[in-house]
Every structure is written in structure tokens, then in C-alpha cells.
Design a protein around this ligand. Structure first.
Ligand SMILES: [Zn+2]
Length: 270
């Protein structure tokens, strides 16, 4: 049985609505991923991981079509990267959620393969809380679920994009998008940064975002040469182990009742 919404007919979906109260919406990007990973890396990781999750909790979840372009302004210095304005991204995903709500779904989970979408997803959750209060909405990334495992198995000081960890995930989830003959070290030591790039990463709580081409000449942060499918399996299966119990519980969670006004709640008159 497939769990992909767009691979079913409307009659199938009509039957699945009862047993699949949750829809996972994968979102990715079309952006440079260094010399060895295809532009669809985030999209393919999100799609494949969403399908793996749906299979683990079958038949509780359907997987919506993957959003293939995200907020990638910071990668536009590299050919082929596509980006949309964060406002467009929020609007597009909002309308997917709204479409599903019109067909009766009340629990939606966005699985995000691209950290650049995070800020927009925060805005999206606020919009959904305000405009679709009878929807239960949650989201997560993939790598943020396993930062401890990543720290234990990484070889680079600087990492986080097309590095040994992301490349390993891709090798496990979508090996066809990895050019294994082109694996090379990206910017992986602080000493390789320009003074501006070093300043932008000098203090954890201060945000000084720079376009990626000012941080790394190859587009990669980390060292993909130590990537392997076994590490990818460990990262992905651990992330799934941590997300599955949440999704099972989330699939039966009820939307919060509408917020009461202070006077109603207190039972007082003005
Ligand atoms: Zn990525």
C-alpha cells in the first residue's frame, strides 16, 4: 500500500481519511549542495524520510507531495539555486494545509529538509494558529532531531551543509543523488574563514547571516569524504525513533478550544 497522497485515487483517499488522520507535508529546497550532492538533496531527504515515517506508523499518515523549492536566498551565489520569498513560501504551504483541512484533515505535520525554511515555518505556525484554530499543526527538521548523534560522529569543526552528516543521510535515503566520485572537503576549519565569515559565526546568540559564497568557495561546510551510508542509517533511523512516538500521539490530538476572552474566562462583566 502506498502512503503517498498523490499516488492514490480520490476513492482511495476517501477511504483512507478515517484511518489516516495525519498528513505529513515534506518541504525541501532546490539549492546548491557543494560539488557532490544534487540540488534536490533537501527535497529528496524530506520526501524519503516522510515516506519512511508513514510506513513506520502505517496507516496513520498520508504523505503530501513534497514542496520542492524553499527559502534559499543565501545560496543564490551558486548556479541553479532557486528561491522564493519567505512570504510566498508561507502562503504556498498555508494553502496546502488549508486544502487538506477542506477535505476534513485536522492534523498536519511539516517535515522540513532545509534549515533555511525554519523562520518561514515559524511564521506559518502563527498564521495557522490564528486563521485555522481547529487545526493541530506541528513541524520539525531532520538533523535537529539528532544533534547529539551528529556531534558524536562528525569529523569537522565547521559543518552543517553538504557535510559528512548530510551526505551520509543522502547516501542512505537517496543514493542516486550523490556523486561519490566528487566527494571532497569543504570549508571545515575556522582558520579557513575570512574575517567577516568568522565574525558571522563567532557568537552563538548573535545572528549575522551571510550569503554562502562569502563563507565557503565550494558551497559545502564540512568534510563529505568521511560520509557513509551506515552513518546515514544511524542518523535517520534514530531521528525516526524519536519522531514516531510523537507522531502517533499527535495523530489523535485534538485541536485546542478557541481562546476565551478574559471577561468570559473570569465570568465577570466589564
Ligand atoms: Zn541541505
Amino acid at each position: 500500500m502506498t502512503n503517498r497522497l498523490d499516488h492514490l485515487t480520490w476513492n482511495d483517499i476517501d477511504q483512507r481519511r478515517e484511518m489516516s488522520p495525519l498528513v505529513i507535508i515534506p518541504v525541501g529546497s532546490c539549492e546548491q549542495h557543494g560539488p557532490a550532492l544534487a540540488l534536490c538533496t533537501d527535497t529528496e531527504r524530506a520526501r524519503a524520510f516522510a515516506e519512511l515515517l508513514a510506513e513506520r506508523i502505517e496507516p496513520l499518515a498520508l504523505v503530501a507531495p513534497t514542496v520542492p523549492v524553499g527559502v534559499s536566498e543565501h545560496h543564490m551565489g551558486f548556479p541553479g539555486t532557486l528561491t522564493v520569498n519567505p512570504v510566498t513560501f508561507v502562503q504556498f504551504v498555508f494553502e496546502i494545509v488549508e486544502s487538506l483541512a477542506r477535505h476534513g484533515w485536522r492534523r498536519m505535520f511539516v517535515l522540513n529538509g532545509h534549515g533555511g525554511n525554519d523562520a518561514a515555518l515559524g511564521v506559518l505556525s502563527t498564521r495557522i494558529m490564528r486563521e485555522l484554530p481547529d487545526i493541530c499543526f506541528a513541524w520539525s527538521g531532520i538533523s535537529p532531531l539528532v544533534t547529539d548523534v551528529s556531534a558524536d560522529h562528525s569529523t569537522s569543526v565547521l559543518r552543517g551543509h553538504s557535510c559528512e552528516l548530510e551526505t551520509s543521510q543522502a547516501m542512505y535515503l537517496a543514493p542516486e543523488i550523490v556523486r561519490s566520485d566528487r566527494l571532497q572537503a569543504g570549508t571545515s576549519e575556522r582558520s579557513q574563514l575570512t574575517s567577516q565569515a568568522a565574525l558571522s559565526r563567532s557568537r552563538r546568540a548573535i545572528h549575522y547571516p551571510l550569503p554562502y559564497d562569502r563563507v565557503t568557495p565550494t558551497g559545502a561546510l564540512g568534510d563529505a569524504r568521511s560520509a557513509n551510508a551506515e552513518l546515514g542509517k544511524l542518523l535517520i533511523e534514530t531521528a525516526a525513533d524519536r519522531l514516531v512516538p510523537f507522531l502517533v500521539e499527535f495523530a489523535s490530538s485534538e485541536p485546542a478550544p478557541p481562546a476565551a476572552s478574559i471577561s468570559t474566562r473570569a465570568g465577570t462583566t466589564s
